[in-house]
Design a protein around this ligand. Structure first.
Ligand code: CS2
Length: 492
């Protein structure tokens, strides 16, 4: 079978949507760190929508770790297929906004050269929470992070995103090139501020002058939203059958897509607004709404789902009592902690979320969402719980979600050893849990992780009790039963 490429584009079946511009005329204006499926289903699509207006905003996609994406997309001129699907069917579209893919560990100099190039006006990121090398509870740079230590010693061959950004800015400064705009597209509250804080500190550790320069960089915050499960072989086969040609790495996603961005781009930006992005002066309300409702529910669904044997989010939603639990988490626990957004229909937003979680076509794996819990829980559940505590209110569904995380990371293999999960704190989590013999001991061991729970929550007796009660219910009767009976679990 033919492979998707610029040359084969002409022979695509007519019903497949294709770029409305000549891909060979596109030049690079954006370097994107973390060219995974999420970026390719979100920012790259908004960019593809508007490239015809200005061909100078093409994307150079950088992988900070593996060569997989470059190896898959390189031979097909970086073209790939977007498959948008729900219960009513699917639509395919070929995206051409990515025009170069680089692998940072193979060629850090090439990545730095691209970032330092005056034509690069935006450096955007989807590097996941852990890529920020920060303390998730405080948001400050983790100055003992192995990659940070490495990058301070080897500025010309960095490994971490902060290391690349600061070195590229240092090169721009020496060459008298103004700094690019930094655009964090990760699921962190005030993601621009978090990024800025991390890189300013990193730069200060290199020199005071560089710190001052980096302080002047613009880093607007964004709220990004689209559910993008990892691509499966079944997706590849379905795409090949529909295209009549192979695509080594298509991306499957849902119809819903949202992007809210603070409009602070000193060197300009693509006309993403004409593709549906919304520009605002302060994105934090949108971010917290999305993190607390969507992602807080997602993590709760993921941990309870894995423990109850549900492979996908839609299967987890089908567990008896789960819909009620998730609706309660969003409506009764998270929503009252959010400021009112005038003109915004919050109940409709919650209803849409339930429908999105129920999308039967996506097969979004609970195990995918379950990873990196130590980096996700603070902004998804724990900050909401803090607000509830401060207001003297209860948080039964969220306590069950946090307890399910503890249940998930406490699972043991046949030899009785804690199974290491996919999480940067996995080693610490496994060693603190190994000798525990009861839900109470497990909760106390986990509360000792101040990077996750901060200094306040571990000392809150009611919070601790709620976790022990919830985890006991999960361990004694099973996660499905705990979901079904969650309303009576929490007695303070
Ligand atoms: C998910 C998110 O994997 C996860 O942790 O909760 O990636 C989620 O699908 C996106 O934030 C949706 O916009």
């Amino acid at each position: 079978m033919t492979r998707l490429s610029r040359q084969s584009l002409a022979s695509l079946l007519p019903e497949i949507r294709r770029p409305g511009y000549d891909a060979s005329g596109v030049s690079i204006g954006i370097v994107h760190l973390g060219i995974g499926a999420f970026h390719r289903a979100h920012q790259a699509v908004y960019t593809d929508d508007v490239l015809a207006r200005d061909l100078s905003w093409g994307i150079c996609g950088v992988s900070l770790r593996s060569a997989d994406t470059r190896d898959a997309l390189g031979p097909q001129d970086d073209l790939y297929t977007l498959k948008v699907q729900d219960g009513s069917g699917e639509q395919l579209r070929v995206i051409a906004s990515v025009v170069e893919t680089l692998v940072a560990p193979e060629s850090p100099e090439a990545v730095l050269a691209r970032m330092a190039d005056p034509a690069t006006r935006i450096v955007s990121l989807t590097i996941t929470e852990k890529g920020y090398c920060h303390n998730p509870a405080t948001g400050a740079l983790d100055e003992n992070h192995p990659s940070v230590l490495h990058d301070l010693q080897n500025p010309g061959r960095p490994k971490s995103a902060p290391g690349f950004i600061v070195e590229a800015l240092a090169q721009r400064r020496s060459a008298n090139v103004p700094p690019f705009t930094l655009l964090s597209c990760d699921n962190l509250p005030s993601n621009g501020h978090v990024l800025k804080r991390v890189i300013v500190r990193f730069a200060q550790l290199r020199s005071k002058e560089l710190g001052d320069f980096v302080r002047g960089v613009s880093a607007p915050s964004t709220m990004i939203d689209r559910i993008v499960p990892a691509t499966t072989d079944a997706d590849r086969e379905a795409v090949a059958a529909a295209l009549g040609m192979t695509d080594a790495w298509p991306v499957a996603t849902e119809p819903f897509s949202q992007w809210v961005i603070e409009d602070d781009f000193p060197l300009g930006r693509p006309a993403w607004d004409t593709a549906g992005a919304v520009f605002v002066t302060d994105v934090s309300v949108y971010e917290n709404m999305k993190l607390r409702l969507l992602n807080g529910s997602h993590s709760t669904l993921a941990y309870l789902g894995v423990l109850a044997g549900a492979e996908t989010v839609a299967e987890a939603m089908a567990i008896d009592g789960m819909r009620d639990l998730i609706e309660g988490l969003m409506r009764d626990e998270a929503s009252p902690t959010l400021p009112v957004l005038s003109g915004f229909d919050l109940p409709a937003y919650r209803r849409d979320l339930i429908a999105r979680f129920n999308n039967p076509a996506l097969r979004h794996k609970t195990m995918q969402i379950a990873m990196d819990g130590s980096q996700k829980l603070p902004q998804r559940l724990l900050n909401t719980i803090r607000d509830r505590i401060a207001a003297g209110q209860l948080y039964p569904a969220m306590a069950l979600g946090v307890a399910a995380w503890i249940g998930y990371v406490s699972r043991r293999d046949r030899n009785g050893d804690i199974i290491k999960v996919n999480d940067p704190l996995a080693g610490r989590i496994a060693s603190c849990l190994q000798a525990t013999t009861s839900p109470g001991e497990r909760v106390d061991a986990m509360l000792g992780l101040s990077d996750v729970f901060g200094q306040d929550l571990p000392h809150n007796a009611a919070f601790r009790k709620s976790l022990i009660q919830s985890l006991s219910a999960i361990e004694v009767d099973g996660a499905s039963h705990a979901v079904k009976s969650h309303r009576v679990l929490f007695d303070l």
